[in-house]
Design a protein around this ligand. Sequence first.
Ligand code: BGC
Length: 358
Amino acid sequence: MSNENSRISSALFGELPDGQKITRYTLENKSGASVEILDLGGIIVSLNVPDRDGKLNDIVLGLDDPAQYLNESPYFGAIVGRYANRIAKGKFSLEGTDYSLAVNNGPNALHGGLVGFDKKIWNVEPFEGADHAGLSLTMVSEDGEEGYPGTLKVNVSYKLDDDNNLTINYKASTDKTTVINLSQHTYFNLNGHNSGNILDHEVFLNAASFTPVDENLIPTGEIVAVENTPMDFRQAKTIGRDIGVENEQLDVGGGYDHNWVLDRQDMENMELAATVYEPTSGRFMEIMTDQPAIQFYTGNFLDGTVSGKAGYNYQYRGGLCLETQHFPDSPNQVNFPSTVLKAGEEYNTTTIFNFSVK
Ligand code: BGC
């Protein structure tokens, strides 16, 4: 499938224990930046972007063996769904019917269940244009899969352009009323995936409030101002600055692991949600989205036990996730923006990650 002028190539990534072959697709732009994506889970396995000296480095955490993505991955690089984040006790009701999901995270359902979208093998169609290369990934999630109602047809596309924008578009439709919340679970370390923790990264979140959680990381339902709390990232600050301060929410999260409510001008257009700057490399990441919220997770559950790419063990807080999304547990929280998708409607949302240097 690759020819000399193509921005896209593909290769065998490996085999699953049952013999299924997993393909890795590489998208490259004219400056040499590249992203590698699997048909398994739509997983971003590597992302090489320049530092301030033009040196490319892989800035996302990942694994070398596809079987690890099924067994021991904390959702490295994956598309998460049908419902990214937690649903309390794996239960909700919709139009008078009660639904029960597999519980896979303490008492809760997390990131779509036992076999979420991160563990599915997607159909992949490459596409390219004068200034970009992309992949269109499709998959059908059957009615009742993981307990969710409705046959869901999903199409996620990734596009890498010559301005170092990685654009992700999520589309879905259903034949029965359901709930949906799709996101992307890449762990970033802008100094390189194998370069220690992310505490020196400077983060800005365009959010004046967040949704506090209980001891099971389920939102209490309140929307609370970040002002005068460690959750305030309206002025960029290092992650390490306040992560250790005495604070009930940091205690329950084991660090930052919360949903920030984005300050939006309107609910449709793309707006700046977050930025991350890493001072050693000079790399700067901007995240634009049309979504109402973002989960900021500082890798608090990483503990050095997973053997990552090239044998590097990812340490405590070795990567950070910024997952654009709807609020966690929305199906059970009437005051949160709705995540209901009805037959005949189209779910269509976009997030852009831009990479530059300062
Ligand atoms: C959640 C964390 C969870 C992680 C799984 C994040 O989206 O916020 O609580 O541990 O996903 O790797």
